[in-house]
Ligand binder design. Structure first.
Ligand code: ARG
Length: 465
């Protein structure tokens, strides 16, 4: 196929080479940014008297019409073109004639693609941030409705201490807030203009890069033209930020799978978000959560892929870099889908409050509080800890002696009669039951950031900021 860059070679590349070289199927999604960049470019060229004002107007109108026609579907993006930059420039010249050939003055595709991707990612970061805001909002709503819902907190996936479901879910709110901050910080580095670096060395035309950057609402210009066309750090950073979001979602997904299992039954997902089995009629599987967990692998892969792509590249532009877009676009699409599906899962799930509380009663999760009780009565913590452990051990042994049919937890710290307690220590009296009551255990944990209801309000305020 004949090329705009025919000259040094006759550019009649083979069909196989054309297909191999072409990136239009991937980069066509940047058509808007490419046109936006070109309009700013001709405006700068005319501002600097490199082209005539009348030429600027013709080119700008031509570009605006192309944009309009792409959006309305009137202009189909030609999949045989080399890339979106070539397609738009070729279409422009076809439509407005020779003046279209002036568009690429003082510009190279190397700085053009670097600009387009920055503009595109800038937009996508805002969209991802909006989704993160929405998931945080969902979490806040759940927290508000579950301030008093007692459950076991876990360490090592073993029941540890009583917490509230609000406190539990707000932990994810904190993660997503950090994710948002990371994306926002990255905007500082993304929103810097490489355009005007040209192929790698700058240009002999008297251009004004800062003027062009300002037109594009960018915060500054890349200081070194070689770096401007070689830098893909911001893509790696975004791939890494997205990986962290995916990791957070994946932990939530894992817990969703665990908490929806028969054994836990802490939460139930809406039927609309679960699947059945083709053979086992009783199944209700948390496929959406599993897929989020699974897709995290793909997102990590993209990060490693881009890092590896860049690691051996000499300065400045190399065609290898064309591969970066497919990877980062995939990470962006994947994370948006994952956040969206989780917002729907969270906002429609049923929280089995009774079940969580019942389950919390069978794990000795107030054993720390029992020790604290003794400390309040004057015992040293280490001794109190040991004694509390002994009492737990006693209960476990007694439970084991019970007939299987009587199953369950007859012997718990809540149920143990006071005389048995007194056999362990004279410090015990009736007030122990109140002290180790799960609601009271939670209420007392009011150290800053702890699980008490007063802290839940503080955390919600923090997330709302
Ligand atoms: N499609 C190319 C890419 O995505 C555009 C830049 C081409 N530059 C070049 N010197 N061949 O990287």
């Amino acid at each position: 196929m004949a090329k705009l860059w025919a000259g040094r070679t006759n550019a009649n590349t083979s069909k196989l080479a054309d297909e191999f070289n072409s990136s239009i199927n991937i980069d066509k999604r940047m058509y808007k940014e490419d046109i936006e960049g070109s309009i700013a470019h001709v405006s700068m060229l005319s501002y600097c008297n490199i082209i005539l004002k009348s030429e600027e107007i013709k080119i700008t109108n031509g570009l605006k019409n192309i944009l309009k026609d792409i959006e309305s579907g009137k202009l189909k993006i030609n999949e045989n073109a080399e890339d979106i930059h070539m397609f738009i420039e070729e279409t422009l010249t076809k439509r407005i004639g020779n003046v279209g050939k002036k568009l690429h003055t003082a510009r190279s595709r190397n700085d053009q693609v670097a600009l387009d991707i920055r503009l595109y990612l800038r937009k996508e970061i805002k969209l991802i941030t909006n989704l993160i805001n929405a998931i945080i909002k969902t979490i806040i709503k759940i927290a508000k409705n579950n301030r008093n819902v007692i459950m076991s907190g876990f360490t090592h996936l073993q029941k540890a201490q009583p917490i509230t479901f609000a406190h539990y879910i707000l932990a994810y709110g904190m993660m997503f807030k950090r994710d948002k901050e990371r994306l926002n910080d990255l905007l500082k580095r993304i929103n810097i203009s490489p355009i005007g670096a040209c192929a790698l060395a700058g240009t002999t035309y008297k251009t004004n890069r800062k003027y062009e950057a300002k037109l594009l609402k960018m915060d500054g210009v890349c200081e070194n033209s070689i770096d401007a066309v070689s830098d893909r750090d911001f893509i790696i950073e975004l791939a890494s930020n997205i990986s962290i979001i995916a990791m957070h979602l994946s932990r939530l997904a894992e817990e969703t799978v665990i908490f929806t299992s028969n054994e836990f039954n802490y939460i139930e997902l809406s039927d609309a978000l679960t699947t059945g089995s083709s053979i086992m009629p009783q199944k209700k599987n948390s496929d959406m959560a599993e897929l989020v967990r699974g897709k995290t692998g793909r997102v990590y892969g993209n990060l490693i892929n881009i890092l590896t792509l860049l690691k051996g590249l000499p300065l400045a532009y190399n065609k290898d870099m064309q591969e970066d877009k497919e990877l980062i676009f995939d990470s962006i699409d994947t994370i948006k889908n994952c956040i969206n599906i989780f917002i729907e899962m969270l906002s429609t799930m049923k929280i089995n409050k009774e079940r969580m509380r019942d389950d919390a009663l069978s794990g000795f999760i107030n054993a720390t509080d029992l020790a604290d009780y003794l400390v309040n009565k004057g015992m040293a913590f280490r001794d109190a800890y040991k004694l509390s452990g002994k009492i737990v051990n006693f209960c476990i042994k007694e439970n084991n002696k019970l007939n299987k049919k009587d199953s369950g937890f007859k012997f718990t710290l809540e149920n143990l009669d006071i005389n048995t307690y007194k056999k362990f220590s004279k410090l015990f009296s009736e007030d122990v039951y109140d002290f180790i009551n799960l609601d009271n255990c939670v209420k007392r944990r009011n150290s800053y950031g702890g699980t008490s209801q007063s802290n839940i309000d503080t955390q919600i305020k923090y997330l709302n900021k």
